[in-house]
Design a protein. Structure first.
Length: 77
């Protein structure tokens, strides 16, 4: 697990501006400079939802995962 690093207000403002121009308005993002990617971190991950929803059948869980993947792909395009 990595430790969060505090940044100064100016740096945060500039990064927020850049992300807003990319239509990324979530408060949590993960930037991977090695892969040139930005990943939006949801408040609840799909794994958390599936785990807590133990009522889903395997087929329903697969459909839900597929739908979330599809929505995320559409967001990036």
């Amino acid at each position: 697990m990595s430790l969060p690093k505090k940044m100064d207000q100016q740096m945060a403002k500039e990064l927020r501006s850049i992300l807003t121009k990319m239509n990324i308005t979530h408060s949590k993002v993960k930037i991977n400079l090695d892969n040139d990617t930005i990943e939006v971190e949801d408040d609840y991950s799909i794994d958390d939802i599936l785990e807590s929803a133990g009522l889903l059948t395997p087929e329903q869980a697969k459909l839900l995962v597929d739908e979330v993947k599809k929505m995320r792909e559409e967001e990036w395009n």
